[in-house]
Write a protein that binds this ligand. Sequence first.
Ligand code: LLP
Length: 400
Amino acid sequence: MSKPAKSFFLIVLSFIAAVAFAPVNPLICFSIKSCQNIHILERLVALGAGMDVVSGGELYRAIRAGVDPAKVVYAGVGKTDPEIIQALDAGIGWFNVESEAELANLCTIAAGRRQQMRVALRVNPDVDPKTHRHTTTGKKETKFGVDLERARRVFEQFGRDPWARLRGIHLHIGSPVFQAEPYVEAIGKALGLIEQLRRDGFAIDTLNIGGGYAAGYRDDQTPTFESYARKIVPMLAGSGLRIILEPGRSIAANAGILVTRTQFVKQGGDKQFVIVDGAMTDLIRPALYDAFHFAWPVRCDERFVPPSRGADLALPGTVEVDVVGPVCESSDYLAKGRHLPPVQRGDLIAVFTAGAYGFVMASHYNSRPNAAEVLVTGDQMRTIRRRETYEDLTKAEENL
Ligand code: LLP
């Protein structure tokens, strides 16, 4: 019973974005930061996906997974020279640049190597995506992109460089964005800018509209890809632009659950705590963003089968609990103030919508080995990342 149980279970991912956006024939670059296991990436590559990367490590994974480098887009405000060189060696499709200083550096490196690269300028359209302040990126006061007025000046300054070829506009307004409207507003502004740039003589051929499409953390809040596409596709059709999307969460989140085992049930004042072997070191979203993840015992009496993954179901006979981990932080919880069927030591609890920004944000805080990852296909299961051991924890500190 005391054996560690915490594991992420992932199912083969759907690729629904490709269907909804098919009329504009987009290149879909899966955002690796949401779910990076190379076995998952391999499956997406087999479905034709490109990859959105933000570091040398992610690029390494993408290449290991067999992605066509021409389908890789590389974002991030602080790419280092070795990372840029690694990406040039790999021959990636697009550098998404975020500042004049970064672009100046790219121009120098590309000229030095006499190697052409394709560059998209990330513009900050100053729209409010109405999401958590930590994941808002499209407003003026974030570190991402350059604002629209500055974008024209950036093209004047760099837009004729023969090596770093500025040919695209990149947007990413935040994540998760539950409505289509902020995209519509941002894309409208980007299209206006592109028109202006084309009039100024710059050959823009690509618009990358980023990621951020939401996932169904609650059943009543699950926008479909169609609901975004219905509003966005008509704006892009006929633009003559190559369209790129960078979805992560909307593909991976609901493909994964975190399964964790109840260690103890403890009463603390009026509160009941269900102490499990999973923690903020495995799924940090509740601690970091107050994020809601539906949690429910893996096995329960029929009368407790939840009708939906709602906020708090309060079915008769359930008990209000906090599901917490063993880490020494009071923010270490997975679910707070939820009505769960009574659980006891040894019971497994599933934490839903954990396939995106789950394992990838895991840490070793409190020297906790990371969970296993298991791929489920039909009734088959396969470990795609083994459970870490204590030896894994100290490996990088040895033989120095
Ligand atoms: N493209 C860019 C430039 C991004 O910065 C991101 C996410 C994406 C695409 C993918 O966004 P998605 O489709 O997955 O929403 N850790 C936070 C989310 C951070 C997202 C960062 N950027 C969370 O757990 O909610």
